[in-house]
Write a protein that binds this ligand. Sequence first.
Ligand SMILES: [Zn+2]
Ligand SMILES: [Zn+2]
Ligand SMILES: [Zn+2]
Ligand SMILES: [Zn+2]
Ligand SMILES: [Zn+2]
Ligand SMILES: [Zn+2]
Length: 382
Amino acid sequence: MEKLEVTKTLKIDFNLNPIEEIKKKIFFPNSSINKIKLREKPAFFYKFNFKTVFNYLEETEEVISEVYVFNSKPIKGDLSSYIVLDAKIPLSEIPDTKNAYFVAKEEVKKRIQKKTNEISLRLRLNLKKEKEKIEKKFKVETKDFHKKLEEITENLMKFAKSGNMEKIAEEKKFIDSLKEQSNFQALEKDKLHEIQLESQKHFLNVENKLENLTAIYYPIFVFTIDVNAQPLKKSFTVELNPISNNVTGISCESCSNKVKEIIICSTGHAVCKNCSLICESCSKVYCKKCLKNNCEICSKKICKNCGVRCFRCSKLVCKNHTRVDKLTGRYYCINCSKRCERCGEMKDPFNFKISKKTNAEICETCYRKEMQGKVLEGVFES
Ligand SMILES: [Zn+2]
Ligand SMILES: [Zn+2]
Ligand SMILES: [Zn+2]
Ligand SMILES: [Zn+2]
Ligand SMILES: [Zn+2]
Ligand SMILES: [Zn+2]
């Protein structure tokens, strides 16, 4: 393998205000940015200059390629749209370039593929012609041999028909002596050797030589963003890559998708717009994970704070469909709380008594009043 030495280091000067830039890319609709801290993380991409040498027959052809590798991928384009400065960066600070080199080399092979195919095809056709020439030449040299062989074969067929074994043996001897005389096997060997030499001459040798390796430094901007989502505080670490213009670091805590618009759930989850919901009782913002309940009477989506379990039927109900009995402190759904026919209020169904006066079921409060009245009645009578 070739030596992988960085021959040049450059630096890109991004003429931008990173904090202003990130503010254009990330939004907090239901909270406010309190503070943004910025630091830079060093990153590199690479420019490889390759020289490809094609060697075949007596010819040499050269092709120069320039390949940029960014994040382990070959990329199109060049540095012309950037302000590039010379930079003296110690080689020890540049990450290993082996992987980028393999990526670049594969890319060069791809780029020269068409040319390689063209030359290969030309060489194949040429070799075919040369082989035919050789075959022709040797055919002339063995012409006499083939003629005599044909005669003997004809004779052999004749004798085989008549079953003349003696003559057959004779003809076979002829063949052997003919072979010896004509030097046929040696000729055949020569021919193969010539073909072999010709094939070797037509072999295409392609060599990709790394001429230059430039490491280009650029900063990745790392932000720590503190936001205020009353009464909660949250902090995010976000990265902005100024080359790819990509923001990474924030994903929805519910669906895991990358987000630009971050909504803070009332319990602190950072979620995307699609995963945020509003409690239909208190109007607070929640995420899908936190807002899973519905009132079992009106089906409204309700948060943990807005749902109450009925003491009697155990249904979860919203505040609108809940009655609390002040005397017992128990919560009932509107279907289970009972209307007192004396005071007209919805009361704890387990706390009714029979009126001594009317025999009707009345609430505890009304019953107590009735009993008090009775006592008072007695007082005045006596
Ligand atoms: Zn989501
Ligand atoms: Zn609520
Ligand atoms: Zn949540
Ligand atoms: Zn109930
Ligand atoms: Zn309800
Ligand atoms: Zn009552």
